[in-house]
Each structure stands twice: as C-alpha cells, then as structure tokens.
Design a protein. Structure first.
Length: 155
C-alpha cells in the first residue's frame, strides 16, 4: 500500500485547472511516455526517492508554454524538434513542483520535488527505487495547446 497519495483523474484535473483553466481535460491512460521527455523525482525528508512523474515531450512543452503564453505553433515546433527552451523547462519545473501536492495529504509524510531529469537519464534509478510503486497514467489536454501524457509512480 502506498505511503503517499496516488493521484486520480479528479485530483489532477483540479490542480491543473487552476493553472490552465476549466477547459482542461484529463483522462486516465496507459501513460505511454516517450523516452525523450522529462521525469520529476520526488523525495521524502531523508532524501529517499519516493515518487516520480514521467512526462512525454508534449506535456513538458505544452504545460510550460501555456504558463507564459508561448504561441501554440511555436510550442508544437518544440515538441516536433524535441528542442525545449529554458523558459519552457523552468515553467515545467514549477508545474511539477505544484504537482507534489497531488501526492500528499495531511496525514502522509512530506515530500518535495528534488530534480527534473531526462527520462533516459532517470530510467534505471527510477525503476530501481520505485520498483513496487503504484503506477497510474493520465492524458492531459491543455486548452489551445494539445494533449500530453503523465505517468506517476508512487511508493
């Protein structure tokens, strides 16, 4: 059983709608995230990796672009070229920081966003540290931008 909260469609919708508006659409999915996206690593107070959120390139770019209103066509170009601007990556970091709230309750231990990694760099460490974690994926359609994938692994 997970020590931390496993996100639900409702909880993901609620937290991301605060940033992207009521037209945001979230559905449960297989969380098929491409290997060239990014992964958020969440640690507890003792520094142990306890959860991850792997995101495909579309979610990385669309979530970061929508916060500073990068034109949708420019965002789509970044997804196609896998060329993430520093602004988009900084905004994505903030989105993943906010998403840490999806994993905690008043009675769960505290966790925090430790770092953002490429999925290729994080794959072995994340698989080992979260081997028996609960896993759930979501498809998130950010208004005016498009759809991206998230995959949470929660200890």
């Amino acid at each position: 059983m997970a020590r931390f909260i496993v996100p639900t469609t409702d909880s993901v919708t609620e937290i991301l709608s605060m940033m992207y508006g009521e037209d945001l659409e979230v559905s449960e999915s297989d969380g098929d995230c491409a290997s060239d996206g990014r992964a958020a690593a969440y640690v507890c107070d003792d520094g142990q990796l306890v959860a991850t959120c792997v995101c495909d390139p579309a979610f990385v770019v669309f979530s970061g672009s929508a916060l500073t209103m990068v034109p949708p066509d420019a965002a789509l170009g970044m997804v196609d070229e896998r060329d993430f601007s520093e602004v988009v990556l900084a905004n994505f970091h903030e989105v993943m920081n906010i998403c840490s709230r999806l994993l905690m309750s008043n009675s769960s231990p505290h966790l925090r966003l430790d770092r953002i990694l490429t999925t290729a760099a994080a794959e072995a460490a994340l698989t080992t540290a979260c081997a028996d974690a609960s896993t759930i994926g979501f498809s998130v359609n950010i208004p005016s931008y498009g759809c991206g994938q998230l995959l949470f692994k929660v200890s």
